[in-house]
Design a protein around this ligand. Sequence first.
Ligand code: GLA
Length: 407
Amino acid sequence: MKHLACILLCISVFKYAIGQNSQTNTIPAATPLMGWMSWNFFGDNITEQSIKEMADAMVASGMRDAGYTYIFIDDGWQGGRDNKNNLIADAKKFPSGIKALADYVHSKGLKLGIYSDAALLTCAGYTASLHFEEQDAKTFATWQVDYLKYDYCHAPIDSNTAKSRYLTMSDALKKTNRQILFGICEWGERQPWLWAAQAGGHLWRTTLDIRDKWQMKPTETWGLGIMDILDANAGLHKYAGPGHWNDADMLIAGLYGKKGPSADGGGTGCSDTEYQSQFSIWALMAAPLYASNDLRNMNEATKKILLNADIIAINQDTLGKQAVRIINDSVWNVFVKPLHNGDYAVAILNKSEAQKNCNLSFASLGLKHKYQIKDLWLHKNVGHGKIYNGIIQSHETKVFRLKTIYE
Ligand code: GLA
């Protein structure tokens, strides 16, 4: 009898353990989403052909295998509604329709994201989903879409309307029985970190759109750069976690100020060092990583940034913690992100206009042990101990993975 009780107990403990595991493995958006988004490079000049080419390039460049799973079609795909009020794609831009495109993208081992807005028109003036939420969600599910970015242009400014419009669409998506992840995009204006997860969001934009620039100049009235978004997003660490992320907008690596909406608002381009810094800090902030450059024509510097597997591993770490910014003075920004195996990622950004010597004791960050220090841009161990001492260039970010040395 005793044995039987013990066996039954063991079985239920085992089942519980399995249940827990499968739950964490299957929660939607368990780690920050990764992909490519059409807006910054193309604006609304997207076509079936160009999206297919990006999917091909995602595979050929090795990005898919590095973890970039989603092809996100942004604004500009819509062609109005048919005589049954079904949302349809622009027949000139997408002659084969979105379902065929989704099939193509899926055949490459990728997923497809689409875009709409919680009003009558989208930000770029196309047909949007207000009053047609259930019908549009069904359409997206029929097309086998995997993600919806839901924007908020032309919608009332108050928070209650926003919450209820987002909830209406997320309920409509759930009713379809297809798993369609939901991206809330009201630009951080109604503190979505406080309510967007309850409204069904798997992530929410925390700021206005990024432009291809390092930082807004005092003379500029609009156009956020990397540093502006970093500052807005850094303090929101406690709201991020598996299934619900702070979205700091697209990566701008490789755009070089050349084309598309990110070139407006003073977006004249950044240096590769600055693009590398954005990638580093976004990775530590557990932000979704969406490239937005032309994947078909990437130079080596851009590939080196977007394909850095050591940095991607920090972003995709299963513990799902957003780094805490521990130091923010006139020269340094230092971020610390705990990782699931007990390691820490530490990013040190030199904000200043000159190269600086960095002499940082890990204890000052609350990291009290001795560590083996791996430089994730050099991909090698650069020492061990309790401090980092080295030169960091202007606007450069060093990222280290620290492994405790137990003595
Ligand atoms: C808003 C969003 C952008 C993009 C455009 C499309 O500005 O914040 O990310 O989706 O709309 O019109």
